[in-house]
Ligand binder design. Structure first.
Ligand code: GN1
Ligand code: MG
Length: 368
């Protein structure tokens, strides 16, 4: 996280349609990409919080398209929640605060793009699931989200990062990084590279099924980490999902796969002690129940790949960490030497854990 600059945030805060005066702001969330701050304002004596976030334009080349998608998606969900007569809608879907010019983001003279959201109070996020009930809520949160977007009309959403989960392209990029070895890091990642090469066969499975028309494109979240689910502090129920920059056309299975990656192991993504990495079957089962119950649109074929999707996405994200390590750490924010390599190792260990239990996992899903 870059150093917090109070003055900058104050300047940024003035660009949005927020009443009252800013009191203070703190950096928040452990995201690898964007820069996020929680800011507290005084509004007629009440303290109200907002999120200010700088969009990483190294990753998101078209912030205008990111925000166009985001506004379409959140407006669509909001309309449906209103029609259902739901309460507390400003907690259940992200609210975008317009800029002074009435745009969904503000572009500063230095080119940086900022946006502001309503802060969702009385919720919290976790880096790893602590109970099966939490895993269930996560599955339900993303299943609901996909369901709510299944009938969005108008043109196809923008692909904010083209080929984001395209496993074959990710594999090719990895191969190229190994071949070039610009940072002379191949030697220090020998066994990880071997692991990646040995598992190449995974990468085409879903792409082929999709190309053959067996699994459909849907509107998906594409970054379904467990820490993107806001759980109510009092009840533990899911309230909403956040981090909507990659909401775009994709495969529902990719979303489920990333849920498996981030809820089933008790460890952090960069755990160094690999013996702690595990696939906790009760977590997987609760997650799958929550997801399948709410993602009512899933076809039989999609359901038949749910366990596999966990293995695939965990592999592909490990591959992305490894590639970034080989390319000199330019994509994911790192906090120590070999950080991306550590992240890769935990992912690959989890791939092994999933492979060992994959049959059992799928048998469970088949009975749902
Ligand atoms: C990135 O920034 P964050 O943590 O929300 C990445 C995801 C990875 C994740 C790994 C746009 O998400 O794809 O799964 O790191 N987001 C982007 O922790 O690349
Ligand atoms: Mg993200």
């Amino acid at each position: 996280m870059p150093p917090y600059r109070e003055f900058d945030i104050e300047q940024i805060s003035k660009q949005f349609q927020i009443y009252g005066e800013i009191l203070h702001a703190e950096p928040c969330k452990i995201g690898h990409i964007n820069e996020t701050y929680t800011a507290t304002y005084d509004q007629g004596g009440a303290k109200v919080r907002y999120i200010h976030q700088k969009i990483n334009q190294n990753v998101f080349k078209r912030p205008d398209q990111v925000m166009e998608n985001l506004v379409r998606v959140t407006s669509h969900i909001r309309r449906k929640l209103v029609a259902r007569g739901e309460k507390e809608i400003t907690r259940k879907v992200l609210g975008v605060i317009p800029s002074r010019e009435g745009k969904p983001y503000y572009q500063a003279p230095d080119g940086d793009c900022w946006r502001t959201f309503v802060f969702v109070e009385n919720t919290r996020t976790y880096e790893a699931a602590e109970t099966p009930q939490q895993a269930f809520e996560a599955g339900k949160a993303f299943g609901n989200f996909q369901c709510l977007l299944a009938d969005i009309d108008g043109p196809r959403l923008h692909e904010t990062i083209p080929d984001f989960h395209h496993a074959r392209k990710r594999f090719d990029a990895f191969n190229e990084a190994v071949a070039k070895d610009h940072f002379s890091r191949v030697a220090s990642a020998k066994s990880e590279i071997e692991f990646a090469l040995k598992n190449e066969k995974l990468v085409d499975v879903l792409l082929k099924a999709h190309a053959a028309g067996k699994i459909p494109e849907r509107i998906t979240h594409n970054d379904t980490k467990f820490n993107n689910v806001m759980l109510d502090t009092n009840t533990g129920n899911q309230i909403c999902v956040v981090d909507l920059d990659t909401v775009m056309p994709g495969l529902a299975l990719y979303d489920f796969g990333d849920m498996v990656r981030t809820t089933t192991s008790p460890t952090m993504e960069d755990e160094k002690d690999l013996s702690k990495v595990q696939l906790r079957l009760p977590m997987f089962e609760a997650l799958a129940r929550g997801y399948v119950e709410s993602a009512t649109f899933l076809t039989k074929t999609e359901r038949s790949y749910l366990a596999f999707a966990g293995k695939l996405i965990t592999f592909v994200i490990g591959l992305r960490f490894l590639t970034d390590f080989l390319l000199g750490d330019t994509y994911f924010r790192v906090h120590r030497a070999e950080h991306n390599l550590d992240r890769c190792r935990t992912q690959f260990r989890l791939v092994d854990c999933i492979a060992k239990q994959e049959k059992k996992m799928q048998q469970f899903v088949d009975k749902l």
